[in-house]
Design a binder for this molecule. Structure first.
Ligand code: ADP
Ligand code: MG
Length: 339
């Protein structure tokens, strides 16, 4: 885990060199950036165009907000709302923090939109496989079926007081596919309220850029090559005021008997999705949308995934198939450059 963090940190530094390197001489406009290991990944916040003391205060506030929201939304914290929700499954309603209810409602919206390809009640499947970097468990067919049978977003019940209940015992919620997007949006709102107009928030594969660079140029964001080592870029996109979220089978996986098992699950199979895609990048205004959609499109596969993205206003995608095939949605043709 530590080794992986170091590799990711190095790649982040490489990526930031790329971010900063698109036009000569403008690196001086980056006033402050900092990096930390949070949300089980490498998190960085870069602030441009304000005095360093202000930027430093803003980055510190951003990290505090990320830590607070991680506590509220994580599935791995004993006693938080998400944990109580699972403990009370099948028996009663649970009072949750505002942010948890908001994200759950958003997650249900995306579950409906994607016919359950994205489903926040995938918790039992995620817990069964227990996939970390380099380790996990390969369940039996019976175990998979039993976990998959507990997945059903229709069984998340909301009462009139804003409390939430999971209808069946054994159900649990996992917000890992949408929480980072929501957190990025919250951090953007916080930074904006502090007077920051130009910044890049990077939470693992979730990048939220806002304002463009102070000199008026775009931010250039690298898209990870699913077949390369961490930090190797398959393409770049130029953006301003845009979320760029990637999901892929290269992000978190383990291998057993020569088979790679990754962390994006097909909720119906109770097993890692095998849709012929290796990497999905979604561009959208809000990162919460990009995050949910990146996971959903990965599960849906190229044809259904692309159809979904083309049907949504203001959302674009870059898909990299398991054989290296590249697909770009219609609105993105001019701003993506493959290497
Ligand atoms: P990452 O966490 O690497 O950014 P994703 O946004 O694709 O990648 O989220 C994957 C995580 O979401 C998994 O680790 C798991 O916790 C959860 N998850 C896996 N499959 C699904 C799914 N089909 N629907 C909703 N959540 C999922
Ligand atoms: Mg996601």
């Amino acid at each position: 885990m530590f080794k992986k963090a170091v590799i990711t940190l190095i790649s982040l530094l490489l990526a930031s060199a790329l971010l900063g390197g698109c036009s000569a001489g403008d690196t001086s406009s980056e006033t402050y950036s900092d990096t930390a290991f949070m949300l089980d990944t490498v998190v960085s916040v870069k602030i441009y165009g304000v005095p360093e003391a202000d930027a430093r205060a803003a980055v510190d506030a951003a990290f505090s907000e990320i830590a607070r929201l991680e506590g509220v939304l994580s599935s791995n914290i004993v006693g938080n709302g998400i944990d109580l929700l699972a403990q009370n499954a099948g028996t009663g309603y649970t009072e949750l923090d505002y942010d948890a209810v908001y994200v759950l409602r958003k997650a249900v919206e995306y579950a409906e939109l994607t016919g359950g390809a994205f489903d926040p009640t995938v918790g039992p499947v995620v817990a069964l496989w227990n996939i970390r970097n380099g380790s996990g468990y390969v369940p039996t067919d019976e175990e998979r079926a039993a976990a998959a049978a507990l997945v059903d977003y229709n069984k998340i019940l909301f009462d009139e007081n804003g409390r939430v209940m999971l209808a069946d015992t054994g159900m649990s919620v996992n917000l890992g596919a949408i929480a980072k997007g929501y957190i990025a949006d919250r951090v953007k709102a916080l930074l904006t309220s502090m007077g920051i107009e130009h910044a890049v928030i990077s939470l693992g594969g979730n990048v939220l850029a806002f304002g463009g660079k102070p000199d008026g140029s775009d931010f250039v964001i690298g898209i990870q090559d699913p077949f390369g080592s961490t930090g190797e870029i398959a393409a770049t996109v130029s953006v301003r005021d845009m979320s760029v979220v990637s999901s892929g089978d290269y992000e978190r996986y383990f291998e057993a008997d020569g088979i790679r098992y990754h962390h994006i699950m097909d909720p119906f199979a109770g097993a890692p999705a095998n849709s012929g895609i290796s990497g999905v990048t979604i561009l959208s205004d809000k990162s919460v949308d990009g995050d949910a959609l990146s996971t959903a499109v990965f599960v849906l596969g190229r044809n259904e995934g692309l159809e979904l993205i083309e049907s949504l206003d203001g959302v674009e995608c870059v898909l990299i198939g398991s054989g290296g095939e590249r697909t770009v949605s219609s609105g993105l043709k001019d701003s993506v450059v493959f290497r």
